[in-house]
Design a protein around this ligand. Structure first.
Ligand code: FES
Length: 172
């Protein structure tokens, strides 16, 4: 189970968030900066974090929520420990990225944008990641995997399932 879920105001990360807010409180237009740091801290921006930012910066919650939902870099959804992102740029798509996405969906039982119930995997897609020569490409956390086929999906999942939280070595 992941530990990045703020379940109570006693979560020590709220103290850290208070510090971030205090450091930025008097800087005009600091909302995005604070939200960015808050997301780095918690992994996502749940309601209780947004309320804290709203109170701390004295900005209406509607404005905070508006910014969080407007910018795609912010998320209100808890991400899994292993974040899979399949490139759906043109080069990857014509080389079978769609089949890879379908294989992940089938294996994990989730859709794009969703996280498995055990909090281990989040499935996402991305645009060109600049590695078209290795198409089709996907990333899992910081690791880049190229020339992937749909048949590689089960072994990739097995590898990351087994190593969740440990060092990972790219398989291709
Ligand atoms: S289109 Fe996928 S890396 Fe360029």
């Amino acid at each position: 189970m992941t530990t990045n879920c703020p379940t109570s105001p006693e979560d020590p990360r709220f103290k850290e968030l208070e510090k971030i807010i205090a450091e930025n409180k008097d800087i005009p237009g600091s909302l995005i900066q604070v939200l960015h740091k808050a997301q780095n801290l918690f992994g996502y921006l749940p309601e209780e974090v947004q309320v804290k930012v709203s109170d701390g910066l004295n900005i209406p919650i509607s404005e905070v929520y508006g910014v969080v939902t407007f910018y795609s870099l912010f998320t209100m959804t808890k991400k899994g420990k292993c974040r899979i992102s399949v490139c759906l740029g043109t080069a990857c798509y014509v080389k079978g990225a769609g089949d890879i996405v379908a294989a992940f969906k089938k294996e994990l039982g989730i859709d794009i944008g969703d996280t498995t119930k055990d909090g281990l995997f989040t499935l996402d897609s991305s645009r060109c990641v600049g590695a078209c020569g290795m198409a089709p490409v996907l990333t899992i956390n910081e690791d880049v995997h190229g020339l992937v086929t749909k048949d590689d999906v089960p072994k990739l999942l097995e590898k990351y399932r087994g190593e969740a939280g440990g060092d990972k070595e790219a398989v291709s």
